[in-house]
Design a protein around this ligand. Structure first.
Ligand code: NAD
Length: 433
């Protein structure tokens, strides 16, 4: 199959590479010429385990190419996959300008029957809008389909090659057949539905996962007050098959480019049809406050943070990615600075990305985890990178001025901490002093 993927971000690039891996001929298009130039030179602009190697091999085999020209890629393709961004506007609504620009451009360059599918996360009705925008410029036959993406950054290649399910929303048998053929080698769980339900499935999935996270974080906050252990509570409730064990890790809340934006967009989508989505509003509110529990615990341990060196481990919104979009670390570091503290920060991969958007004279950028902790009055762990979980706690204790550890991701067990002199503040578990 000849495929054009429009937008080479986390979703487009990974999808394009995986389609090529399945044996198709793929051209990945982006209007960011610097990005395409890098990709042509074999440089992957995002950190995603396994991607660089796959990409290099597929380019060598001639199955994967990169282009700035939507026209060239689309004229050749029988399937066009739109994977451009849908960032939030100020009111939380998804910004459709990139999708609409691509749809209009497609209308100018369609040259025969093609299936145009939208992988970006888009409000209900968007695929129909894409159809209208194309049809206003191109009068030949084509079909649209919704193909929501469920990959997770950090395991994106694995998720794409081994999806739990693939959802296809279309009113065209021809489009459905083509997309079934594309995904058949990946999963038997192909779910076909109408376009609007498919668009809704993506938002409902992310809203539900965000709800699980905020739920367990509230349970954690109560556990702290009543002396229960949230990790055991999560294990106990997760053993009920109706609940399930995943997404019940208490911490400092979700971040990233999807959950924050998609929850707010769904609240807005509901609002547009005069429905007040009270539950989801609470989920967002809980998540927004949860990150500041780190600051409360630091103040509980130290009193005023003014003038204090505080180590910060982890800036990415989760491990195995360099993505810092909506990472809780942004507001936590900001709050530390506001309180007069001097953050010493370290992340194995996301330092550059964080620095680009959130540099500040009060921040010391450190070359290693130990360096970030050196001479600090306290250390807070914000991202559960494996490197942190495997840290030598005795060396860490020695490097710090005061052995105070606020663990925002419950990385360390009580036993490991018990053999050290650390005062340890986890989430939803008893404090060890
Ligand atoms: P991204 O911002 O990383 O990438 C989007 C890319 O589209 C950019 O490279 C940009 O230059 C390009 N682009 C914008 N306008 C263009 C145009 N007119 N022509 C060609 N290229 C253009 O975004 P992302 O994280 O890959 O997300 C894409 C979509 O997928 C979003 O709707 C997002 O919500 C959804 N999604 C993301 C994830 C994730 O984990 N990142 C997971 C599931 C779904």
């Amino acid at each position: 199959m000849k495929i054009a993927v429009i937008g080479t971000g986390y979703v487009g690039l990974v999808s394009g590479v995986c389609y090529a891996e399945l044996g198709h001929e793929v051209v990945c298009v982006d209007n960011d010429s610097a990005k395409i130039e890098k990709l042509r030179r074999g440089i992957i602009p995002i950190y995603e385990p396994g991607l660089e190697e796959m990409c290099a091999n597929l380019v060598l085999d001639g199955r994967l190419a990169f282009s700035e020209s939507l026209q060239d890629a689309v004229e050749e393709a029988e399937l066009v996959v739109i994977a451009v961004g849908t960032p939030p506007k100020e009111n939380g609504e998804a910004d459709m300008r990139y999708i609409e620009a691509v749809a209009a451009e497609l209308g100018d360059h369609m040259n025969g029957y093609k299936v145009v599918c939208v992988k970006s996360t888009v409000p209900v009705g968007t695929n129909e809008r894409v159809r209208e925008l194309i049809a206003a410029r191109y009068f030949g036959p084509f079909d649209v389909a919704s193909l929501p993406e469920f990959l997770r950054e950090g395991t994106a290649v694995h998720d794409t090659m081994n999806p739990d399910r693939v959802v296809i929303g279309s009113d065209s048998e021809r489009a459905i057949a083509l997309l079934k053929e594309l995904h058949a080698p990946l999963t038997p769980n192909l779910f076909v539905t109408d376009i609007r339900s498919s668009e809704m499935i993506k938002y409902a999935s992310n809203a539900f996962l965000a709800t699980k996270i905020s739920f367990i974080n509230e349970i954690a906050n109560i556990c702290e007050k009543v002396g229960a252990d949230v990790d055991d509570v999560a294990k106990g409730i997760g053993m009920d098959r109706r609940i399930g064990p995943s997404f019940l890790r208490a911490g400092i809340g979700y971040g990233g480019s999807c959950f924050p934006k998609d929850t707010k967009a769904l609240i807005q989508i509901a609002g547009n049809v005069k429905y007040d989505f009270k539950l989801l509003k609470a989920v967002v509110e809980v998540n927004r406050h949860q990150r500041f529990s780190v600051i409360d615990k630091l103040e509980d341990a130290l009193g005023s943070l003014d003038g204090m060196s505080i180590g910060v481990w982890g800036l990415a919104f989760k491990p195995d990615t360099d993505d810092v979009r909506e990472s809780p670390a942004i507001e936590i570091v900001g709050k530390l600075i506001e309180r007069g503290a001097k953050p010493r920060v370290y992340d194995p991969v996301a330092m550059d990305a964080f620095r680009r958007g959130h540099d500040h004279p009060a921040i010391t950028w450190c070359g290693s985890a130990l360096e970030a902790a050196r001479g600090c009055e306290a250390l807070c762990l914000l991202t559960e990178w494996r490197e942190f979980a495997e840290a030598d706690l005795l060396a860490l204790e020695e490097a710090m001025n005061r052995p105070i550890l606020v663990d925002g991701r419950n990385v360390f067990g009580g036993e490991r901490i018990g053999s050290t002199g650390f005062s340890y503040y986890p989430v939803g578990r008893p404090v060890i002093r």
